[in-house]
Write a protein that binds this ligand. Structure first.
Ligand code: 0RA
Length: 666
């Protein structure tokens, strides 16, 4: 069509007001349909903001694209008119002008007023069209104040104007044109009552979309003209013979990513029986990111879907297979992961299928399972064949993925090395664990300390390089009848499990233990015995390999401090030892201090940081008892007895053990 005429102004209706009497029952139904579009525009165009506004343009353009897909249109012109109208012109067959049987009106009027009129014309050319786009022109009409359709077809120019969605007159024969001149021109004005936010089109948004359309329809010429500002007209035009390969080259160039090789790989296939066709273009660049655009029936699937899944799986599998076949990947090597393979990948995947299933909130995800298997099969076959015939490129692609692989392994190692640090910062150990500086578990010790004051002394008294402190509240013990299961779920025990870092129960992995000495530091009184019993029970039931490996210890704080008049103090861990130390010292000529010579420790909380270090934590002076399985077994039985239903044995135990604690006999 000749696009030089620019009569954006449409005739106003003669009567001015709509006269209900002028319409028959079928007209009323049509108006009801259009009215529904106006009350629920979101259902038809997604939204009524700027996005929805631009959607109107795409609706019209996509009809012309369908005409191009059918093999008739070769050129589409889009104009943003000075009065904010949109005009779309194509050189297709033209919308049918004849009266549609059973409708009593022209094809043009049917297309303009009936929702889902596309199907009425049945033609094979419209078999591949996307979800929203079939709805088309009538939706735009419903959401416009005025509209005009011009059709060249059968040697005549036809025309019909609409105001407020209703035709002013039947389709009108305007003038004779050449027999071979065919096409459709649609002009519309978006209704500001619907698009309350804005009716201002963005040249850039439309340009971008038209460019994408041009990439997806090789050989189709699309132009855009913005005539809104006199003297500042903008224009753009697109014609890509190379289709998706041109798209990939453009995506590389626009992200200034240099391809690893000059070819863009193109994989195409069609299965008529399945009703599916596939077009893929891809390359690899020196960059690290991935660009992957996917389309179904020329509609961008921003959330991917089955075609994308099939593509990713097949690219990864094929490259691994190729690398192995060519000896680029040695037998012992780990497979290249999907992420390794996609580093630097720039690709566009476009499928067309008869019955597209668009899923998700925004319908941006393809759901057809046959798309996955089809894409997978084609990529497996054709990508491999391409690699096979392009060994130099194949080597570059595998090399790039191997670089990514090595970077990934290095990153993982670095992460593992800093694991202790990140644990400190993590939410599972809310600043309770005071970790040590060293990372090597062979050198590291974890002191589980009962009571807050003892915990404080332990933190200040420790050697921070290799000693970590986890203070535990005595409170957890007071939970009578608590099951171990409950305790494992308690925050305190969770902290303990997280601190050791090797999990618990069936998934416990002793090789992940962050300390090879886990030291229970409890008072030598009934509460201390109680907490030690509980902890050993937990280790026995939930981290048994930790005990089997010999990583669990009990700290033995001395009961007595013996102060001499000269020289270093002595410590005794029992009454008998106290007496022995004193007589030994006196035999060798030492003298007890006159004041406070023998101090009895009542609890760890009594010791200051310095004392705690000297007596219980300093590896050169302390006494540790390694817990063996027998100890833990006893603890477990003791625990069951303590926490069980039977009250009597528990009371007896507490009374009997108030002064001595059996299982920590040195
Ligand atoms: C219905 C049937 C046919 C073509 C069209 C609609 C058609 C619609 C639009 C909208 C914009 N441009 C268009 N071009 C064509 C098929 C007509 C035939 O069989 O000849």
């Amino acid at each position: 069509m000749d696009s030089s005429e620019k009569d954006g102004d449409l005739k106003q209706p003669e009567s001015g007001v709509w006269q209900p009497g002028q319409y028959n029952a079928s007209d009323l139904k049509v108006l009801e349909g259009l009215e529904h579009v106006r009350t629920r525009p979101g259902m038809y165009i997604g939204s009524t903001n700027s996005r929805g506004l631009h959607h109107l343009v795409y609706e019209i353009v996509d009809n012309s694209v369908d005409e191009a897909l059918a093999g008739y249109a070769t050129k589409i012109e889009v104009e943003i008119l000075p009065d904010n109208g949109i005009r779309v012109t194509d050189d297709g067959r033209g919308i049918p002008v004849d009266i549609v049987p059973g409708e009593g009106k022209s094809g043009v009027e049917v297309v303009m007023t009936k929702l889902n009129a596309g199907g009425k014309f049945g033609g094979g050319g419209y078999s591949v069209s996307g979800g929203l786009h079939g709805v088309g022109i009538s939706v735009v009409n419903a959401l416009s104040t005025k509209m005009k359709v011009e059709v060249e077809r059968g040697g005549w120019l036809w025309e019909q104007s609409y105001v407020n969605h209703r035709p002013l007159e039947p389709l009108e024969k305007i003038k004779k044109v050449g027999e071979k001149e065919t096409g459709t021109r649609v002009t519309f004005y978006a209704d500001p009552e619907i698009f309350r936010e804005t009716t201002d089109y963005s040249f850039d948004i439309i340009r971008q979309r038209l460019q994408q359309t041009a990439f997806l329809n090789p050989g189709l010429s699309i132009s855009l003209k913005d005539e809104r500002k006199e003297g500042e007209e903008q224009e753009a035009s697109f014609l890509y013979e190379g289709g998706l390969s041109d798209y990939v080259a453009y995506l590389c160039a626009s992200s200034s990513a240099s391809p690893l090789f000059s070819d863009v790989i193109s994989l195409k296939s069609e299965d008529k029986a399945l009703g599916i066709s596939l077009d893929i273009a891809l390359t690899w660049t020196a960059k690290y990111g991935t660009v992957l655009k996917t389309f179904a029936n020329t509609i961008e699937t921003v959330d991917g879907g089955t075609h994308e899944e099939g593509f990713k799986a097949a690219i990864t599998a094929t490259l691994n297979r190729y690398a192995k076949d060519k000896g680029l990947l040695k037998a012992g090597d780990e497979n290249l992961s999907g992420e390794d393979v996609r580093e630097g990948l720039v690709s566009v995947v476009s499928v067309k299928l008869v019955n597209p299933q668009f899923e998700g909130q925004t319908k941006g995800k393809l759901g057809n399972s046959e798309a996955k298997t089809f894409v997978q099969k084609i990529v497996n076959d054709k990508f491999y064949a391409w690699l096979d015939s392009h060994p130099a490129e194949g080597k570059l692609i595998v090399g790039k993925a191997q670089d990514a692989y090595r970077a990934r392994i290095a990153a993982r190692k670095a992460r593992e090395a800093s694991r202790k640090k990140s644990l400190l910062e993590s939410a599972t150990t809310p600043d309770k664990l005071k970790d040590c500086a060293y990372k090597n578990p062979d050198l590291c010790e974890l002191f589980i300390v009962e009571g807050n004051s003892a915990g404080g002394s332990a933190v200040s008294g420790r050697d921070q390089k290799f000693q970590a402190i986890l203070p535990l509240r005595g409170k957890i013990l007071n939970t009578e009848k608590a099951t171990t299961e409950k305790m494992v779920k308690s925050e305190t025990i969770e902290t303990l499990i997280a601190s050791i870092g090797a999990g618990s129960g069936a998934s416990f992995d002793v090789s992940k233990a962050r300390y090879h000495k886990v030291i229970v530091m409890a008072d030598a009184d009934v509460d201390g015995a109680h907490i030690a019993t509980l902890l050993l029970t937990l280790f026995f039931r939930y981290m048994r390999p930790l005990i089997e490996a010999g990583y669990v210890y009990i700290a033995m704080p001395p009961l007595y401090r013996i102060r001499w008049s000269k020289g270093p103090d002595s410590f005794a861990f029992s009454d008998a030892q106290r007496d022995e130390r004193i007589s030994e010292g006196e035999k060798s000529g030492r003298k007890l201090r006159s004041e406070n010579a023998i101090q009895r420790y009542k609890g760890l909380g009594e010791m200051d940081a310095q004392e705690l270090w000297e007596t219980t934590m300093d590896p050169s002076t302390r006494l540790l008892k390694k817990v063996c399985m027998g100890d833990a077994q006893i603890a477990d039985e003791t625990f069951s007895m303590l926490m069980g239903e039977a009250v009597e044995p528990r009371r007896e135990f507490i009374e009997a053990e108030a002064k001595s604690v059996k299982f920590i006999d040195a």
